[in-house]
Design a protein around this ligand. Structure first.
Ligand SMILES: Cc1ncc(C[n+]2csc(CCOP(=O)(O)OP(=O)(O)O)c2C)c(N)n1
Length: 919
């Protein structure tokens, strides 16, 4: 690979082209690229200062149509060389501690720039671009190599904002290669000692136990420590970390301050097993929170998110959590809270969720002020070599999609790693954008400690076996530096290492760090875990009439200077008419009323998903647009007495990332109703990892409650296999031990109470509500005003019209089919059939169902569902409602959720109803 081919347009240009750019520059300096501008400014300066012969002045040569002078041309060549290093120096940096790079052989040759050995001792003005005036080419090259091609390679030239690129250029050319002060060297060594010692201890004491050691990548500990210290000096108060298995125990001990004693007792299996708080998880998945003192004596709060084995799945959760904390504790000041995502090289390259969260990073609803991504790049994923793990050059190549800079750094050079993370942290604080550190290291053992890596990478592991750990390498480097202070430091720390290790082996007692609960954590502490008794009936969630009317007025009017579209105005007027003439409230208004009432109680509401502001089915209209100037108006912005904040965001086209973000948001703040709405319910399966691993199991595994609410449009309307079913059966299969709430409500008032119940309960539970589509406007879903001012959520809605003595058959159903059954009963004038709605499917309201069985004693029961027999609630009910003999009326078992032909749908639906009334 030659270097030249990748250079920017300027470096490939003929001098005459540069001249024309210079002309542009003379006319308007802003019209040319920032680097070029600097070069021309330097050139003008040199000419004016008489350092170049006046004959080299471009304007005059151009004016005369002469060929440019050789001075000028040589300056341009060196300028091109500088740009070459800035652009592509990372390709030749020595970032790999174990083996040569795969593009080995790439190097910068003078002749590629039409320079020769003889030029090495010539002085060039253009050196001032990198802070060297009047320097020889030799000196310029030395500095370029130190900055751009040493143990660090910086990728940043795809960033289009010149302020940012200039900032990075300055940082790299003035800070990156500076040695650390002695105090910081001491700190680095201490952290390396701790990192190495921890692994050695576990390796000696717990032979063969899985710990996913950090060995080969121990510099991670020094890096995280430096990030935390740098962040605190930039005013960060809290750091939220998401990471997988690799090195997690080491991070818990040496960064988070979890006591060795506790970690070891987990290893020995003597840690208290608190089964009342869930069934637990393996030690390298558990979360942790602590407060640590930084080197500047500042207190900083650290959180490590619990995570499932599913790599990278925790990313959006970390970000949602950070955003909620910023919103609720730091006045949405993202400077005070820093999310860090630690990735493996194989997972960051392979998992699509990484792309989703990067795309979220600059969006209003999901911005967290920039994430610091740290990759423990040990060059292997389980047994997979990087050649098989990615098509891109780097595992971090995705960073370019959002113009995030990447610092590739050799993990055996801890000082360089520390410098990189410091610069990266400062960049994040300055520009509030994502930044990547790709620390190239190795993995001393197999994927886990029981694996033999030589099965798959024999040659690499021959090299690794002989390779000293980063601590020893650093000690040797300090010893070699000849500086007596450094040598003393190295010897001191070496001695300390062995002493500490011995102490740890003898005695593992440590004092846990003191911890002060934060306000949202105190809110969580006020809550309790749910018990089965909590689900016998719902709490009271009604609101006073006066409050309801006040909210309705606010929701159905708008400021006098706002001009809604005529069509929207008409919709809202119809709602007012419904209210005034029939004292009824429709579905969409009920939903907004629930939010408004929570805002009045001082609680926040956050709603996100695709097109949620208007609503996929044009029903919500939470945010209106002014017909004349497009200005938005949130209908929840003027609720009288509201102290909570309403936030509603149309999301990017993502389910996994967005649902993860909302789960994380709800995890941080129990006093916010956090709602995610799917465009159509079946798209939730794109977020299945989040649903299985976090929503369904999070409370059990990690003892973390969560009240996230999912609205999944569902119902058979003849729209085909992809838009009919939100896969009720999947959620019901996940339901156990009171882990989630699954509902399919049919009335506006029940929706109102359901949403309010989420925050009224003294505990939190994820809610999955199967919501209507066409039926959003069904008059049968309207509710009378007094249903909002009295009562509570109804798990089961009995048939008001049924006369129990006459009833021979009870049709139990949920959701949309109810309206069709009612219609048919009316048409057929049947008095012997009762139609009962099961509005909450899980937890199954057994007490209420039993009461109804007694009410309709002697009647035959049927469960009626639109879904095929192998889907919907049929199988679940058969299992749960044992001892009750009931029949199932459904579509035939089917591989696909629904037919693609409307005609077939209509026929099936008619048959379903017919069967319900004839069997
Ligand atoms: C989503 C997902 N797929 C597969 C796995 C199984 N798995 C566990 S670790 C691993 C390799 C990870 O490699 P890398 O990200 O480079 O991290 P390392 O273990 O090398 O530190 C794989 C494939 C998983 N945990 N999660």
């Amino acid at each position: 690979m030659t270097f030249m081919k990748d250079f920017s347009y300027v470096t490939q240009s003929h001098p005459a082209y540069i001249e024309s750019l210079y002309q542009d520059f003379v006319k308007d300096p802003q019209s040319v690229d920032a680097d070029l501008r600097k070069f021309f400014e330097g050139f003008d300066f040199a000419v004016n200062a008489g350092k170049l012969s006046s004959g080299t002045s471009i304007p005059s040569s151009i004016a005369k149509g002469e060929i440019v002078s050789s001075d000028w041309q040589a300056e341009i060549k060196v300028y091109r060389l500088i740009l070459g290093y800035r652009n592509k120096g990372h390709l030749i940096a020595t970032t790999n501690p174990i083996r040569t790079r795969k593009d080995r052989g790439a190097h910068i040759k003078l002749e590629d720039f039409e320079l020769t050995e003889q030029d090495l001792d010539r002085t060039f003005q253009v050196g001032q671009l990198i802070g060297l005036s009047n320097a020889t080419l030799r000196v310029i090259l030395e500095k370029l190599n130190a900055c751009y091609a040493s143990t660090v390679g910086v990728e940043y030239k795809y960033i289009s904002d010149p302020v940012k690129t200039d900032w990075i250029t300055q940082a790299v050319e003035h800070r990156l290669y500076q040695p650390l002060p002695i105090e910081q060297k001491r700190r680095v060594l201490e952290k390396l000692n701790q990192g190495v010692m921890f692994e050695r201890f576990l390796h000696t004491k717990y032979v063969g136990q899985k710990r996913f050691s950090l060995e080969g990548g121990e510099t991670t500990i020094a890096a995280l420590d430096a990030i935390i210290n740098a962040a605190a000096s930039h005013d960060v108060k809290e750091v939220v970390i998401g990471m997988a298995h690799r090195g997690r125990l080491n991070v818990l001990a040496n960064v988070m301050g979890k006591t060795y004693e506790y970690i070891f007792s987990e290893f020995e299996g003597t840690a208290k097993v608190d089964q009342t708080m869930g069934s637990g998880d393996v030690k390298y998945h558990m979360g942790y929170g602590s407060e640590v003192k930084t080197t500047q004596d500042k207190t900083i709060s650290l959180k490590l998110m619990p995570n499932p084995s599913h790599l990278e799945a925790v990313n959006p959760v970390v970000l949602g959590f950070s955003r909620a904390k910023a919103d609720v504790m730091h006045g949405s000041n993202f400077n005070q809270i820093l999310p860090i995502l630690i990735h493996g090289d194989a997972s960051v390259a392979g998992q699509g969720i990484v792309y989703e969260v990067l795309q979220m990073s600059n969006l209003e609803g999901y911005h967290t002020g920039g994430t610091l991504h740290f990759i423990i790049n040990n060059q292997i994923g389980f047994t997979t070599d990087f050649e098989d793990a990615r098509s891109s050059d780097y595992c971090t190549s995705l960073a370019a999609a959002i113009q995030a800079p990447v610092f590739h750094v050799n993990g055996d050079d801890p000082e360089a790693v520390v410098r990189c993370v410091e610069i990266a942290t400062a960049y994040r604080q300055q520009f509030h954008q994502d930044v990547f550190i790709d620390m190239v290291c190795y993995r001393r053992h197999g994927h886990n400690e029981g694996d033999d890596p030589k099965f798959t990478q024999p040659h690499l592991y021959q090299l690794i076996e002989k390779h000293a750990n980063p601590r020893e390498i650093y000690i040797n480097k300090l010893l070699q530096q000849g500086d007596t202070e450094l040598q003393t430091l190295a010897r001191e720390m070496e001695k300390k290492f062995w002493q500490d290790l011995q102490e740890r082996l003898d005695e593992v007692k440590q004092n846990p760090l003191p911890y002060q609960y934060q306000p949202p954590e105190l809110e969580w502490k006020k809550l309790r875990r749910a018990t089965p008794a909590d689900f016998l009936s719902s709490p009271d969630t009604a609101v006073p009439v006066s409050t309801l009317k006040e909210m309705l007025t606010a929701l159905l009017t708008w400021p006098s200077d706002f001009k809604p579209l005529r069509k929207v105005e008409k919709i809202l007027q119809e709602k007012t008419k419904l209210l005034e003439q029939e004292s009824k409230i429709d579905w969409a208004t009920a939903e907004l009323l629930a939010y408004a009432s929570l805002l009045q109680e001082g609680k926040d509401v956050r709603l996100s998903g695709q097109d949620v502001r208007r609503g996929t089915f044009s029903h919500r209209h939470a945010v209106l647009r002014d017909e004349t100037n497009d200005k938005p108006y949130s209908r929840l912005s003027a609720i009288p007495g509201a102290t909570g904040k309403f936030r509603i965001y149309n999301s990017l086209l993502s389910e996994y990332g967005v649902l993860g973000f909302e789960y994380g948001y709800a995890l941080a703040n129990p006093q916010a109703l956090v709602v995610w709405e799917a465009q159509f319910g079946d798209f939730a399966n794109g977020a299945q990892t989040l649903i299985d691993q976090f929503i369904a199991a999070g409370e059990q595994k990690w003892n973390r409650m969560n009240g996230v609410t999912l609205l999944l449009p569902h119902g058979y309307e003849g729209q085909g296999p992809e838009h009919s079913s939100a896969r009720l059966e999947r959620f019901l299969q996940l339901a156990a031990e009171l882990n989630i709430i699954v509902t399919n409500v049919t009335t506006a008032a029940n929706l109102f109470h359901l949403l309010r119940r989420q925050l009224t309960w003294p505990f939190r539970k994820p809610l999955i509500n199967f919501s209507p589509k066409a039926n959003l406007r069904h008059p049968g879903s309207y509710s009378a005003l007094q249903q909002f001012t009295n009562g509570k959520f109804q798990e089961v809605i009995d048939d008001e019209l049924a006369q129990p003595a006459q009833i021979k058959k009870v049709l139990l159903c949920a959701g949309k089919i109810y309206f069709e059954l009612i219609e048919k009963r009316e048409k057929d004038a049947r008095k012997d059939i009762a139609i009962v709605r099961l509005e909450q499917l899980y937890p199954l309201p057994m007490n209420q169902l039993e009461a109804l069985q007694q009410r309709y004693a002697g009647a035959t029961w049927f469960w009626v569902q639109e879904e095929p027999q192998n889907m919907g609630a049929a199988a679940y009910l058969k299992m749960q409602w044992r001892g009750v003999n009931f029949g199932v009326i459904s579509r035939q078992p089917s591989a696909s959720t629904a037919t693609g032909y409307n005609k077939v749908h209509v026929k099936e639906q008619a048959e379903l109803l017919e069967t319900a009334f004839t069997v």
